[in-house]
Design a protein around this ligand. Structure first.
Ligand SMILES: [Zn+2]
Length: 477
């Protein structure tokens, strides 16, 4: 029987945006395993994790050590030693397992090192020690230089992020900036990042570097929430603050106002809280909005198994389901229900828009308070520097002021988030039903929920064929 081996691949931040890297590593490893007549049974893949950073836990690497120790795999194929273990400590842990379990296999694609043999171990130790040292020296040098430049608001090198011109990183690329703003409005209106990711892919927007490959979800999210959009300089993914306690501003043109950007970030963060790892995709318009008039349980859409091409019935239906805790007694063909509700909702929103005065853009009323408390904080810190107050006095006074400031900031974010969301969600009154159905499904649902809190569906009785609108009751907000 062929030996069972695990394949280990890792992509570091340096190769960002190049998920191809991992795929290629894996292919090469698989080929090598084939050559040795080993059976690759599992791939361990660490993404965006540096093997060099001491404090970073590589989940898949740890899992692989466990599996190796437990005998689930009898060896490892890695792309190179660097990817596998850049820290001597990691290498020693690996070697320990090779000591414990006799006859383990080991191979790397790029160098002919076998830590299953004593010579191979010596070689590996030397190589890892060297890689470790040079990483340290190089990274310390580079880090200092980068931080220096960052503090001056200088841009980092490399290809321009999406939104700025390829040939001039500090200038906005109008077409890309427009795509970003459009997507942000959609996010505020309730559209999922996944939907934007799909649309961008189809329209060739986003990161052209990715070519035919679709961008990762987190890349799209990053493009839409990047602090760079408001001119903030980041350092290792965090907003960099200057000595005055304010974010360092970069030397490039910004794409968003602070209010716009904060609103988008707040909505994205909020959704992560609401739906951690939950797939929000809903295929049917009134799924979770429709309710059974008998048992009041939420009704979901489902495929209509009775559907035939020649029949007039629609492909889906809304069915009260015992599985979801309902009575199972109410069901209705989907399409006419959707048409009816959309028509009613669009009418209602047209009427409302005609009578309502357009609210002007309002400023957050507590801007002055925030300014004051920020000044107080600065003054306290200055006073301590000038030895007018002691450190312990400073530390007694500071926390409550900081809390006050943070609460105010939070309130500002909430204020503009709600304002921007309301703006983005308005405008449905000009839609035709046709245009409505062209929108992404979650946008459609947001529009419906803007007017309705539920749609009650009453039983139609036996054998009734004709769709009866009076049995569908919208519950207006
Ligand atoms: Zn029911």
């Amino acid at each position: 029987m062929a030996r069972k081996v695990g394949i280990y691949t890792r992509i570091s931040r340096d190769d960002e945006g190049d998920a191809l890297g991992v795929a290629r590593q894996r292919q090469d490893c698989e080929r090598l395993a084939d050559l040795r007549s080993w059976q690759a049974v599992k791939v361990y893949e660490d993404n965006d994790v540096s093997a060099f950073k001491r404090n970073v836990v590589r989940d898949e690497f740890e899992l692989m050590l466990k599996d190796l120790r437990a005998g689930l795999i009898d060896g490892i194929v890695a792309y190179d030693l660097d990817r596998l273990a850049r820290q001597p400590r990691d290498l020693e842990r690996l070697i320990e397992i090779f000591d414990e379990r006799a006859r383990l296999s080991f191979a790397t694609v790029t160098n002919d090192i076998n830590i299953a043999t004593p010579d191979g171990r010596t070689m590996a130790r030397i190589m890892v020690a060297f890689a470790n040292k040079s990483s340290h020296d190089a990274s310390r040098r580079i880090r200092r230089k980068h931080l220096e430049l960052a503090q001056q608001g200088k841009d980092s090198g490399g290809p321009a992020p999406y939104g700025w011109r390829r040939d001039a990183r500090n200038e906005v690329d109008p077409k890309a900036a427009q795509a970003i703003r459009q997507a942000q409005r959609e996010i505020l209106a309730g559209v999922r990042i996944g939907t934007i990711r799909q649309r961008w892919w189809e329209e060739g927007l986003g990161n052209p570097r990715a070519g035919t490959k679709r961008m990762a979800h987190h890349h799209v999210e990053h493009i839409l929430t990047n602090p760079r959009l408001v001119g903030y300089r980041t350092y290792h993914g965090e907003i960099l603050y200057g000595e005055d306690g304010k974010p360092v501003l970069g030397e490039w043109e910004s794409i968003n106002t602070l209010e716009e950007w904060e609103a988008v970030c707040a909505v994205v963060a909020e959704r992560k809280l609401d739906y951690p790892n939950k797939n929000r995709a809903r295929k049917y318009l009134l799924s979770g909005i429709a309710r059974c008039a008998l048992c009041k349980t939420k009704i979901r859409g489902q495929t209509n198994h009775k559907w035939k091409p020649e029949s007039k019935a629609s492909r889906y239906k809304y069915q009260c389901s015992v599985v979801n805790g309902g009575c199972g007694k109410v069901g209705r063909i989907g399409e006419p229900v959707d048409r009816l509700i959309v028509q009613l909702v669009l009418e209602e929103q047209r009427e409302r828009a005609a009578t309502a005065a357009t609210p002007g853009e309002q400023r957050w009323p507590q801007e002055h308070d925030l300014e004051l408390v920020s000044q107080e904080i600065t003054q306290l810190i200055e006073a301590e520097k000038a030895k007018q107050i002691s450190v312990s006095t400073l530390l007694q006074m500071l926390p409550s002021k900081e809390r006050e400031r943070d609460e105010l900031k939070l309130s500002r974010t909430r204020f503009y988030k709600e304002q921007k969301q309301a703006e983005a969600q308005a405008g449905a009154e000009n839609l035709t039903a046709e245009e409505f159905f062209d929108l992404p499904i979650e946008r459609q649902q947001e529009i419906i929920l803007h007017s309705l809190s539920a749609v009650m569906i009453s039983p139609a009785g036996r054998g009734r064929r004709v769709f009866d609108p009076s049995l569908i009751e919208p519950v207006w907000r």
